[in-house]
Unconditional design. Structure first.
Lengths: 382, 260, 343
């Protein structure tokens, strides 16, 4: 079995790692501290062209396969989660359905500029009363002539308040539950579409997360993203696994950032006349962290490979996301312990990784839902 | 304006380096990067092309993995590359290495040759001036500002006596240092191009050289042994209030160490 | 592209033909106005020791203008002083100096050619090596002259590792780092002056000085300084470097800076001590408000005595210092300056 990245993937990794180290890492503490969207960095980074990496070369992308995409998600997250969340939203969820189903005019207006970082994209699922339970979606889309009229409020939307375009999940018939869901494209400037309250978060500060309000928002027929009506959940299934593995990759990035801080500290911090890395209990922590990160890494990239090879990946993706996340939470915890009192100081990075990691618990699916799903899958119909 | 960049792949700044076998050899962690000063050379070459047109070629002498810095060069925008990775080229002293590189440079006409003022592994700083002498060209060392014109160039370096601006005819060799420019981050289009690029290679015969003239065989300087630098004794902390500590420090430096 | 113009002597000449019993060493004396550079004086001192041991005879070589006062001084430091002059050597150019020195070496047949590993030395001596077809060992910090072959120590990887090297063939060109050797008390010699024309033609030199902005007089270069007072980010603002300057003035030192303060625009690139700046080797290095990042350490770790002042007791710099003060530099540094002024 050849577990190695190809020479091309290794080179890509080197280049994105370099870009992250030079452009994002130095700015990460400030992005977190100010909790403001880093527009200048966004534009600079957008110019490099990475935001389009998942889409075909012919339209300005890179045709990156899922494995290569994971390398990207991991590295950007290692740099700054506050920035990465917005970037990744533009790269995948916020633009996918426009790419998949949008008209050429729509792509010109929305997709291509988003790929260049000239516009900000988002995808809206979550509502006040529905997170994991999509069938409880209350945002409605009602046909009126040849248009659709959308009403509802979305919450916890990454990039929401600054989005130029939103892929909105709405139901045409609440009695159908999950089978009545559809994606609609709503663009900024459409009457009735407005940002609502911005949420202040424990972590991932920098990215703007908030409410989006749809008050009798009228969009033309072509803004229903899909070839058939009420197939939203099926379409979501096309990228669901990738979104989960991607969350796992983000977990890897955060783990690595924290781990590296822990390592440097253990080598340099002196206690009782020796660097603390000389002591067994500290060594044990690194042995555990490194082992679990290694396992997470294998799971994440294996799941990505399965997606790339078009093999069934629902199970592997859910497992990878969960395992990498649980590992990350342990790593960021251990690193703050290794740092002692300094792990508590806002001045240093470990506390930022500690706070940032918490989003992994709900992003890409809560573990309670994922475990139930996996258990059901394994045990089978009872 | 055809520009050639001589770049070297060196161990990453974070790579661990250990002396093994009683000083016989070094064990170096296999993580690599472009030598710091060569990054400025590569960026400057691209800027010269942006201003004057022409082509940028990157040449490196190094074992297999050295293709990485050539790909990095392409990702940043270089037009051509050349890899001297034949075993005979390796482990040479400044002379043997400069001989091989100067022949590689002379394979095609060029106006400007750029390289870092020294490689951050060997710290010799010999190759740049030597390549210039082999090619019969002038050179300017430690450049922090470079203005290229038709047939000549104006180069500013930080001389010990102050800043010095020198005019030199082209073709010429320039060794560069920090302060010259800020290297760009490669855009994805460049990364994609680099990932697919074919890297041409050259063996000694292709450069009109006998294997015995280059690399370790052609070297006059040999490393006999590796040694660890002398370690300083553990620090003596001078305690007390600021004023007292300051006074004590001066006393130690003047009366004990006799330095002032 | 023309191949290098050979001086006609390099390939066939194999060894020294004169001084049957004793080999010759040439010491290139770099001059700055009417003074000789420190590294050159160190080499003349080493050369005199080797002469006394009977191993070599030494010739000091000066290229370009030689003021009368300096000439007299040098004649008291060496048996033979060779002055090679030419209008084309009026100002330093790598090509001109290399041709002139290599030309004389071809005639004198030395076993070794020594020069300071100053900016100039490291700039043109490699060209001399190519002209003579010989090896060069650059930036040497120690030498075992009595060995056969002579072995040298030079740092690599920014000083993380030292290498012991030897060079075969003749001559061997060596550049030595300033402060690597001491300057012993000079006996008084009465040397002979030998005047030479360089034999460098105009078509061999394609470099012309356009402008030289001299530093304010009296400023010792960091690479030659005996005492350096360096400041880092702990100073908090550019204006606070005043404290460093005052201490440097009081102690007779040169001001240095870390990469982060240079990048922040508080000091010039030429003040930077470190891997991407200057490598220094003073007798005393005072590091103020400097954390001790490895790239800085690489630039100053060969300093004989290091005193560090930092408010963080865990700062890495203390692992590379002989003496340390854990305290507020804004109190400690002025206090030191005041104390020094009292003495």
């Amino acid at each position: 079995m050849d577990f190695a990245l190809t020479e091309e993937q290794e080179f890509f990794k080197k280049m994105i790692t370099d870009a992250v180290d030079r452009m994002i890492v130095p700015k990460a503490p400030e992005i977190d501290r100010k909790d403001e969207f880093p527009w200048e960095l966004w534009r600079e980074f957008g110019k490099l062209g990475y935001l389009g990496l998942r889409y075909p070369e012919e339209i300005g992308g890179m045709n990156a396969d899922p494995v290569t995409a994971m390398i990207f998600y991991e590295q950007v997250s290692r740099g700054s989660v506050g920035f990465a969340q917005s970037v990744i939203m533009n790269v995948l969820m916020g633009t996918y359905f426009i790419y998949r189903f949008g008209s050429e005019a729509m792509k010109e207006r929305c997709l291509y500029p988003a790929m260049r970082g000239e516009k900000v994209a988002t995808m809206c699922f979550t509502e006040d009363q529905s997170g994991s339970d999509l069938s409880a979606t209350r945002t409605t889309a009602v046909k009126d002539g040849s248009d659709w009229v959308i009403n509802g409020t979305k919450m916890w939307i990454t990039n929401g308040p600054i989005a130029d375009m939103a892929t909105v999940l709405a139901t045409t018939d609440r009695s159908l539950g999950a089978k009545g869901l559809n994606f609609f494209l709503v663009e900024k400037g459409t009457p009735g579409f407005a940002p609502g309250q911005v949420l202040e978060k424990m972590g991932c500060r920098g990215t703007v997360t908030g409410e989006l309000v749809f008050d009798n928002v009228r969009v033309p027929e072509e803004n229903l993203l899909g070839t058939e009506i009420n197939k939203g959940v099926d379409y979501l299934g096309e990228i669901l696994d990738e979104v989960r593995v991607m969350t796992g990759a983000m977990a890897l990035g955060i783990s690595q950032a924290a781990f590296d801080e822990g390592l440097e500290y253990a080598r340099k911090r002196v206690a009782f006349g020796k660097p603390i890395g000389s002591y067994q209990l500290i060594r044990a922590k690194f042995a555990d962290m490194a082992s679990e990160m290694e396992a997470s890494r294998l799971m994440v990239y294996y799941a990505a490979w399965r997606i790339k090879e078009k093999l069934s990946s629902r199970k592997e993706a859910a497992m990878a996301k969960m395992f990498a996340t649980e590992t990350c939470l342990k790593v960021v915890d251990e690193v703050t312990r290794i740092w002692g009192a300094n792990g508590f100081a806002q001045e240093y990075n470990p506390q930022r990784h500690f706070r940032d990691a918490r989003f992994l618990l709900y992003g890409g699916g809560t573990h309670e839902i994922l475990k139930d799903f996996l258990g059901r899958l394994i045990i089978g119909k009872t | 304006m055809n520009v050639v960049v001589l770049a070297k792949q060196v161990p990453d700044a974070e790579s661990s380096i250990e002396i093994k076998g009683d000083g016989e050899r070094l064990e170096i962690q296999q993580k690599f990067a472009t030598s710091l000063f060569d990054e400025f050379a590569l960026e400057e070459a691209l800027r010269i092309r942006e201003r004057h047109g022409g082509r940028v070629k990157v040449i490196t002498l190094g074992a297999g993995k050295a293709t990485e810095i050539l790909r990095t060069g392409i990702a940043m925008g270089a037009d051509e590359t050349l890899l001297l990775d034949h075993a005979a080229f390796l482990d040479g002293d400044g002379y043997a290495t400069a001989l091989a590189l100067s022949r590689a440079v002379s394979k095609a006409p060029c106006d400007v040759v750029l390289c870092g003022k020294q490689a951050v592994d060997d710290d010799r700083g010999e190759v740049g001036p030597m390549v210039a002498q082999f090619l019969g060209l002038p050179h300017v060392g430690g450049v922090v500002k470079l203005d290229i014109a038709e047939g000549k160039a104006s180069a500013e370096s930080l001389a010990e006596a102050g800043r010095e601006v020198v005019e030199v005819s082209l073709p010429a060799v320039f060794t560069v240092q920090k302060g010259l420019n800020e290297p760009r981050v490669a855009p994805i289009t460049g990364v994609m191009k680099a990932m697919k690029a074919q890297i041409p290679k050259a063996a000694p015969e292709d450069l009109g050289l006998d294997p015995a003239e280059v690399g370790r065989a052609g070297s006059k300087v040999q490393v006999k042994r590796y040694l660890a630098p002398k370690k300083r004794p553990p620090v003596q902390i001078i305690g007390g209030e600021a004023n007292d500590a300051a006074r004590e420090a001066v006393r130690i430096l003047a009366d004990v160490e006799r330095l002032i | 592209m023309q191949p290098a113009r050979q001086c006609g002597f390099s390939r066939t000449w194999k060894g020294s033909f004169r001084g049957w019993l004793v080999d010759t060493i040439l010491v290139f004396v770099e001059t700055k106005g009417d003074a000789a550079k420190k590294a050159s004086l160190e080499l003349l001192s080493e050369g005199r020791k080797l002469e006394q041991a009977g191993r070599f005879r030494m010739e000091a070589v000066v290229l370009g203008p030689l003021p009368a006062g300096l000439k007299d001084r040098l004649l008291s430091l060496t048996e033979t002083l060779v002055h090679i002059d030419d209008p084309l050597l009026e100002a330093y150019t790598p090509e001109g100096y290399a041709f002139a020195l290599a030309g004389y070496a071809g005639e004198a047949g030395p076993k070794m050619i020594l020069a300071g590993a100053t900016q100039m030395g490291r700039d043109f001596m490699p060209r001399v090596a190519v002209l003579l077809g010989c090896g060069i060992v650059s930036d040497v910090t120690a030498a075992a002259w009595e060995g056969d072959p002579v072995t040298f120590v030079r740092p690599v990887y920014g000083g993380k590792v030292l290498t012991e090297v030897s060079c075969n063939g003749f001559p061997v060109i060596v550049t030595t780092r300033p402060n690597a050797f001491g300057i012993s008390e000079e006996g008084s010699r009465t040397g002979n002056l030998v005047e030479r024309q360089a034999g460098v033609t105009a078509d061999q030199v394609h470099t012309r000085i356009q402008r030289a902005d001299a530093k304010p007089k009296g400023k010792v270069d960091l690479t030659e300084a005996d005492i350096i007072v360096s400041g880092g980010r702990g100073l908090k603002a550019a204006e606070n470097f005043r404290l460093i300057e005052e201490l440097a003035d009081a102690i007779g030192g040169t001001v240095g800076a870390t990469r982060s303060v240079v990048d922040a625009g508080w000091r010039d690139q030429e003040d930077q001590v470190g891997k991407s700046g200057k490598t220094v080797s003073p007798k005393l290095y005072i590091a103020v408000g400097i954390s001790g990042a490895i790239h800085h350490i690489m630039g100053m770790d060969t300093s004989k005595v290091v005193l560090a002042v930092n408010k963080d007791p865990n700062a890495i710099i203390f692992q590379y210092a002989n003496y340390g003060i854990v305290g507020d530099l804004f109190e400690v540094v002025p206090a030191m300056t005041a104390e020094l002024k009292k003495r």
